[in-house]
Structure formats: C-alpha cells, structure tokens
Design a protein around this ligand. Sequence first.
Ligand SMILES: [Zn+2]
Length: 444
Amino acid sequence: MTLKLFNTLTKTKEDFIPINKNSIKMYACGPTLYNNPHIGNFRPIIVFDILFRILQLKFGKENVTYVRNITDIDDKIINKANELKISTNQLVEEAQKVYHEDLNHLSILEPTYEPKATEYIYKMIDMIKILVEKEYAYVSSHHVLFESKKFKEYGALSKLSFKDIINGARVEVAEYKKNPEDFVLWKPSKDNEPYWESPWGKGRPGWHIECSAMIAELLGPTIDIHAGGLDLIFPHHENEIAQSTCCHDQKMANYWLHNGFINFQGEKMSKSLGNITIMNELLTHHNPTSIKYAILTTHYRQPIDFSNDLLKYSSNIVSKWRDFIQESTNNDLDQAFLEALEDDLNTPQALMRLQQIFNELKKSPKDKELSNYFNNGLSILGLIPHYQDLEINLDNDHIENMITRRADAKLNKNFEIADQIREELLKEGIILEDTKSGTKWKKI
Ligand SMILES: [Zn+2]
C-alpha cells in the first residue's frame, strides 16, 4: 500500500510521492528549550518519530534524512535566563540535558541532525540579505521585516486572509512596520540580550527564519515533509513558507503535517491554566511505554484528553505484553497493522490490530509468525516495554535503553551494532541473557 498523509496545504489525504525515493527529506520543528519540555512538546516528537520509522521501513534507512531542531535563542529563553541570572547558553544546556534523557527513556530514534538555531545565524543573515535584495523585505529602525503582501501565496497554508489576520489581532502592530501583517526577520538586541553582528546592526533573528535557514542548509531548498504542532500553522509555518519560497524561488515543502493539542479535562493545555505536565516529572511516576501508548491511542491529528485514567489504562495493557516480548527472527509485519499505519499514521487502529495479534499469541505462544508480527509491530511503534517499571533509577534506564537499541539493531539486521552494545554493557559490568521472554540483564 502507498503511504497516505493528510496534507494541511491541500486539506486532503494524499499519496506520499517523494521527490527522490533515494533521498527523502523530512523536518520537524523541535522544542524551545527555556525549561524542561512538557508532554505537549513531546507529542509531535513521538508521532513524527513513528513517521520516520515508517519512511525508513519503506524506503530504506540510508535514504531518509530527518532534521529536528532545537530553538536555543528567543524571548522566553532570554527572559528566563535573566530571571535566573544565568547565561542563555547555560539555561539551554541544562534543559537540553533533561530533554535528551527524556528522549532516551521514550525510545525516540535520534534524528539525522539535531541543529541548534544559534549555529546557523550566518545562514539566516545570508537569507535575509537575499530577501532584502529581492525587495521582499525592508529595513526599518534596525529591524528587517518581511512584507507579507509581496508573497502572492501568503495565507495558503493557514487559509487566512490579511483581513482575518489583522481583525483577529494575530499580528503585532508596531511603529517600525509598514503593514501590521509584516513579520520580523531580524531585530536589534537590547543591552542585556545576546547579539550577533549583522549588516543591520547588532541584533538577533526573529524566530521564523531559523527553521528556513536550517532546512536550506541541511536539506536544501525543497523538502518532502515539514511537520509540527497545529499551533505552528500560523504564523510560524506560514512565515517559513513565505521567506523560503521568496528566497529560493522554489516550493518549500510538498507535505505539511500537523498534530493536534493535548487537553487536560477537556481544556486546551496552556501555561495560564497551570496544567502543564513536564515529561521529566511524568517519567518519574510512569513507565515510558505507558506514556507513549497513551499518546498513540488517539490519532495524531485529533486532540488527546490526557488523564491519569488514560495512563492507568495504558499501563494495564503494556504490562500484559511484557511476557511476550521476544527477539524477532525476521522483519515481517502484519499486513492490516501496516496498512493502518500507512493510512495517515492511524495508530489507534494499529494498536487495536496489535491487541488482536496479542490475543491470538496468548492462545498459541509458540507461533513464531504471530510472535514476529507482535514484536515487530511493537518495534515500529517504538513500544518495546522496559522490563522493570521505571524507578527513578537512571542506571536501569540506561541499560534498558541499550537493550532496546540492541533489539532495534538486531531487528534491522545491524548485528555489528547489536554486538557493540553488548560489549559496551559488558565493560560496564552488565551481562545480557537472551531468553524466550526477551533480553534479561544482570550485574557481573
Ligand atoms: Zn519551525
């Protein structure tokens, strides 16, 4: 079956046709690291990690390049660093450490590149210069602004007209702007803010230009898939399209994918409601597999009602799976399971099918085909459960993570990597034992 994806640009589910099937390019907007990321930041990471795995499965691992950035400079970061009287670098580094630990616990594959915005300021300046030369952008009081109405297709992604944008107060009115809908590409830094030298004075980039610059530098002017949260459609992605298309005279991305929000007791998650759930805190109380399962019970485009009940329900299911985790003897996937995932990442359907396979496997535990379908299904969803519940014990997590990585490597016939992981653990005094119910470990 052809992979089908819902494209926000056309508002339809389309067959995924890559520009070059030997070089598939995907980008997802990552978190702004001004504090420890919350579960809302992780939803796109979890669902687009599954898309990354499916693309690798269908087109070959070496043929998919996935970039997921880290925003390490913006107003929130500067304000928080000033509040704590530390540098923005220190603030980001501390949050990044926690973020990476969380990613490991959740068995998220590493993207091909994980660039940070401040490493690409030179590229942002280059692109802004081109936009000024082409007269899509103008300089005003040490700011550089993109003149939105000069881009004929502005609003094509969000389906918003300039009237909607202005009347809906979705843009800031400022003296230095020619028109309210124009957006900032570069702005002067205040005295206590980090700055970079530029043709327009000491300053820093606006937020939107960073993704355009990192995409152009790491992937090229046109990519296959651009993904992110629903809240990024306007203004972030609309502005990315405008500046990239005008800079390169080429379409920016063919498929735009957006995930829905996470609600708590029916309310949209927002800081003011005080219901942000920090992933790192959730992971101290819940098994990572349960958290992932809970997120995947809802289709990625729909809002999730996140609650303790949902986590309990999820934990109950994944704990039953534990005894049936085995190393697969091939890469075969159940057809109905795969078809569900290929149908715009229908994870609730895929999980239902996996449960049916599990029920059959319970009746015939020796059936190798069922066991392979079950374990390969778990693997493609990144749901190989940890054997012990997470007990705020980083050593255990580290070992479990290595075991998961080894299982993944074996599944993909990377036996060299699988052996390396075994060796690495042995050096740390951990011995692995492959049993019928999965890989066990003990200290030497
Ligand atoms: Zn972005």
